[in-house]
Design a binder for this molecule. Sequence first.
Ligand SMILES: Cc1cc2nc3c(=O)[nH]c(=O)nc-3n(C[C@H](O)[C@H](O)[C@H](O)COP(=O)(O)O)c2cc1C
Length: 336
Amino acid sequence: MTAERPREAGRAVAASEQGLTRLVRGVRAEADFWRGIVYDALRFRRHAWLQRVRSDASREARMLADAHFLEYGMALREARPGFGLARAARLAGDLLDGGVQGAAGGIGLATLRAWAAFNAATGMPAVVERALALAVPACDGAGTETVTAGEIRRVAPADFLAFARSRHSLRQFARGPVPEAAIRRAVAAAQEAPSSCNRQTCTAHVWTDPALIDRVRRHQAGNRTFGHELGGIAVITSDLRHWEHAGERYQPWVDGGLFAMTLCYALHAEGLGTCFLNWSVTPEVDRALRAEIGLDDGQLVIVLLGFGLMPDRATVCASPRLPAETALRLNPPLAG
Ligand SMILES: Cc1cc2nc3c(=O)[nH]c(=O)nc-3n(C[C@H](O)[C@H](O)[C@H](O)COP(=O)(O)O)c2cc1C
């Protein structure tokens, strides 16, 4: 009744169907859509804080967000001493509650100290005083810092547009191992991507051993024709325990996309070839990859990124871009 549709590179190609076949296909597609939505929503519901912080990871995210609130207030042109008492108290409580042990706690404590110095004239809540007295080294460089236009100009790439245009999804790679130092530098650059309230929820899980790459990549349909040439594969995830409320239900994909693109450009800057590998999959495929790589249930898979050594020459898709007007509407009139 529902004959298999032709598939190319793992994707079904729509054929013209009629009658019952079309109806069944439509109902199935609708059901798959809602099943995917529920699958994602339940994972978000299981791990985001929503009403209360239930894990160390959520507490760390809250400390980072609260620290960000404090640094934000200090960085404003009209910085107002005395602001942020409630956030500071919550951050102090989390630090005293054991949160000071981790890296997020180090950022939290250092920011709290900077905020207290900024607010030297303001009486501190007792909980903040207690947290400030914690005899723990905090991280360097918290609070605010000054940037200058000259310094940014000095480090800016000569022509970012040309650099962006020089990147193409590569599907042919040279043989050989990708230098680990290049991967580490690229991930450090990805960490510089902006993240919501500086919560830094993303991780790149990277494999470079050909046998392991094969085990990971076989769960993804879009690399079948070239994945055997990859020198590395990254599974990019966002930790759902870092997300707070219903309004943030899509934020993992936003932050994950920013992290992933920064990683992609950074690998490109290292002279490596990259190709994004979509994670547009059913719950079954998602579960299979998760089982293969032993992924914690609280991590949401955003996208995969294949990479490898650049050959001296390679044929790539031109992938022409639409006219600039499709991507920019400058000063469009407002309603009314
Ligand atoms: C989220 C995402 C998923 C993608 N998935 C795949 C994929 O599975 N396989 C593939 O060969 N290319 C994949 N691509 C690459 C796109 O086809 C490519 O970026 C697009 O055609 C533009 O070409 P360019 O990257 O060379 O500029 C993906 C790109 C993005 C952004």
